[in-house]
Design a protein around this ligand. Structure first.
Ligand SMILES: *[C@@H]1O[C@H](CO)[C@@H](O)[C@H](O)[C@H]1NC(C)=O
Ligand SMILES: *[C@@H]1O[C@H](CO)[C@@H](O)[C@H](O)[C@H]1NC(C)=O
Ligand SMILES: *[C@@H]1O[C@H](CO)[C@@H](O)[C@H](O)[C@H]1NC(C)=O
Length: 359
């Protein structure tokens, strides 16, 4: 019954769009005829060149030199863009004469909802987007057929955990999730109806946390685990509410991609399926002396590397202390798009894309 209903809805949207039946088939891993452009907001999991220079070994897998991504190659924005059949969106800081290709990436390494470590927060990223809409650089018709990604919050929790704050964990979670929800509302109000939001980074399993146990297992620390679980629960509640409230002719279509679950799977049951079985928890790039401080990319005063790099980044989930590899992002986007159970508040991403209604 439910499947039949979904099917009818898909047919309804397809017959309402000007395209033919053939336009929704999957071509080369991309969902054909998906979105006009892609607008990304977030932290270093999103940044493709706003945060400044990331020296070698970053960029070693692709494009073969440092490319403004704290990753060995392509990050999720590049892989999402491929899924949408678009070029990777122009980093905001690299725009010239208001020109962009494939959309704009506002993501900033280090950014959070709160001021966290002091890098451009989500509010400011959305302000930058808003200014382009108000100046008439980005037009409504274009935006209503575009898609946005919001992926951040780990810096808020990391800053809190390392520096402390007068807030308790529950208040921090409310502040962070409400900040995300408010900015999703702003993005929708500015004209983007299709919005993907990621839940929290799997902090307990990241090398910056697991280094102290030699990357043997994920941390059992209840603070980290509670922050992750509670953040994700509240985010899901807020997104469900927004999907109900932002209804009408230009209704919001907000979906959560479950990055916490996807990365848990890639580091555990799914490790062998995706080629990560030999070192599911160990990073590729570590400091030279194995002293377990995060020095990937650092050099001494004579330019000698203070880090060492594995030979096969494609067999690692995480590249440095926290950033996924190109291969892991590719696997995560495959889980979100093609496998049931890795999204919330909506179907798997390929279905969600096909169900969009062009305006
Ligand atoms: C971008 O477009 C706005 C509105 O047309 C204009 O005021 C502004 O000068 C442009 N910026 C650049 C860098 O071209
Ligand atoms: C768990 O992590 C928090 C935040 O990093 C830290 O303050 C706390 O001391 C840790 N607890 C244990 C038992 O290690
Ligand atoms: C984790 O959450 C549980 C349930 O909400 C709570 O009882 C426990 O005190 C929390 N632990 C920490 C360390 O925050």
């Amino acid at each position: 019954m439910f499947d039949a209903l979904c099917f009818l809805i898909i047919i309804f949207f397809m017959s309402n769009s000007s395209g033919s039946l053939y336009m929704n088939i999957v071509v080369d891993g991309a969902v054909a005829n998906s979105f006009e452009a892609f607008y990304a907001f977030g932290d270093s999991y999103v940044d493709t060149g706003n945060g400044g220079y990331m020296g070698p070994p970053y960029g070693m897998t692709w494009p073969g030199h440092a490319a403004g991504r704290p990753c060995d190659g392509r990050n999720q924005v590049d892989h999402f863009a491929m899924l949408f059949g678009l070029p990777s969106p122009t980093p905001f800081k690299q725009m010239k004469n208001n020109e962009s290709v494939g959309g704009i990436n506002f993501g900033r390494s280090g950014g959070g909802v709160t001021y966290a470590f002091g890098y451009t927060p989500l509010d400011t990223q959305v302000d930058e987007f808003e200014a382009l809409v108000q100046e008439g650089v980005l037009l409504q018709k274009h935006l209503s057929n575009s898609v946005a990604l919001v992926c951040l919050a780990v810096n808020d929790y990391s800053a809190y955990n390392s520096q402390g704050s007068p807030l308790g964990v529950p208040e921090l979670i409310t502040t962070v999730v409400d900040g995300i929800a408010l900015n999703i509302m702003r993005i929708h109000q500015l004209g983007i109806r299709n919005i993907i939001v990621a839940d929290l980074v799997l902090m307990a399993c990241m090398p910056y946390i697991t280094a102290s146990v030699g990357y043997a297992h994920c941390s059992h620390n209840q603070t980290l685990r509670n922050e992750t679980t509670q953040h994700n629960l509240l985010l899901e509640r807020r997104v469900n509410l927004l999907n109900q409230e932002l209804a009408g002719p230009s209704a919001a279509r907000i979906i959560i991609v479950d990055q916490t679950k996807a990365f848990w799977y890639l580091m555990h049951e799914g490790a062998s399926k995706y080629g990560f079985a030999d070192h599911p928890l160990s990073p590729c790039c570590t400091d030279k002396e194995d002293s377990r401080i995060q020095l990937c990319g650092n050099t001494d005063s004579e330019g000698r590397a203070l880090y060492k790099v594995c030979t096969e980044p494609s067999q690692r989930v995480i590249f440095d202390g926290i950033h996924p590899t190109d291969a892991a992002w590719k696997a995560a986007i495959h889980l979100y798009s093609s496998v049931s159970g890795y999204t919330r508040c909506g179907p798997k991403l390929n279905t969600w894309i096909s169900q969009r209604q062009r305006l």
